[in-house]
Unconditional design. Structure first.
Lengths: 207, 207
DNA sequence: GGACAAGTGGACTAGGTGGTCCACTCCTAG
DNA sequence: CTAGGAGTGGACCACCTAGTCCACTTGTCC
């Protein structure tokens, strides 16, 4: 029997574990997974070493919990907007929300994208978790596009999957360029182009 | 007079400095700027601490030299292909080269993009250097699109700058998705969509 | 109230980190 | 040949890191 990280068995333990993940998520967002220390996390969480190692096997395990948390947050936040995505107007509304958020928060980049870039070639488990997060996130859009196609809002030749991939690449790339240059316009240009591309698959209108 | 990193004054010194940057570039590519230690770099370079601190003020200064090196490499490598960019065929050729490279190298992501993602919010100088690199890189494409527009290969309404930004977002995003999922197809989907979007600005043909 | 497990505090360790320092070699100019 | 600065080797330091360990508290069940 190998000693593995333990799930908390009491309400008190559950809250301690949550506090640690929360503080770790903040620290990772600010300094990256490799750049933040457990001591910093624990001080912010008001917890001790023994608590950390009571709930997590090691630092990588904690980082994985942070990833799961971030993936969950992202899907919880955008899921409602995306799961009912059903028209060009819905897509435009989503894009405009992304652009507004990015500008409002000062071009922080994508939490998932940032983690992916740091961890993809250093922690295989983290990479798979993040790839899964991207995949689920993208699937909302792909399914929305498929619904639009079924309803005749997209021509037959459109490939919802490839279009969804392209939309996400534009989003991630736009966020990275904005973050690097601190110029929000890059994301706008990226998503505007992506939207125009999607529109080109609208069936010829009666106008 | 503040003591600052010194440029080597002899050929021998220049070669030492080069060796250190080369080893540092490799280490940074493999483990990230924050994840590689000076001891590792120096061992790989066959150099000593005193050499490092003879040529660089501190670790950040070395990282900045690595960034300058990578920016230079990227522009040197793609510059020839991009500075004469003049037609849709040239763009397609560039895209295909990017896709092929990405697949051949096992989806390593963009060296500049990876550094940008790690350093953008941790080292302001590095951020500005990387933003400048992106900017120069992008300007090749924007100027190419402007040439195409001047020659009538792009309609008047096309905005070369915004199109260039969108192309780069697709590239960076596609590289990140490929790196995270280890699936080269994401970059292909991203660039195919970007290319189709560009093509939509071709003037109506005689066909 | 006592037994027992979950949860906690925090001192401690072993190894690594960036950075300093100084004695030394190498090279060149005169 | 010699002087002096550029270049080099590597011991050394203070600090920080992830991770260990054990005595202790808290809460619950009988």
């Amino acid at each position: 029997m190998v000693a593995v990280a333990q799930e908390p068995l009491t309400e008190r333990g559950r809250r301690s574990r949550e506090r640690i993940i929360e503080a770790a998520a903040a620290a990772v967002a600010e300094r990256g997974a490799g750049g933040c220390s457990l001591d910093q996390v624990l001080e912010a969480a008001g917890a001790s070493k023994s608590q950390l190692y009571h709930y997590f096997a090691d630092k990588d395990d904690l980082v994985r919990a942070v990833i799961a948390r971030r993936v969950g947050e992202t899907l919880d936040c955008q899921g409602p907007m995306l799961s009912e995505l059903d028209s060009f107007a819905d897509i435009r509304r989503w894009f405009d929300w992304l652009i507004a958020q990015n500008e409002k928060l000062g071009c922080p980049g994508c939490p998932l994208g940032t983690l992916a870039n740091e961890l993809a070639d250093r922690d295989e488990t983290a990479r798979v978790d993040l790839a899964g997060g991207f995949d689920t996130w993208m699937s909302y859009v792909i399914e929305g596009l498929a619904r639009m196609q079924a309803r005749g809002e997209l021509v037959e030749q459109a490939d919802p999957q490839r279009l969804g991939h392209a939309v996400f690449a534009s989003l991630q790339g736009g966020l990275l360029l904005s973050k690097t240059t601190k110029v929000p316009q890059y994301l706008r240009d990226a998503l505007d182009a992506s939207y125009a591309h999607l529109l080109s698959f609208a069936p010829p209108g009666p106008s």
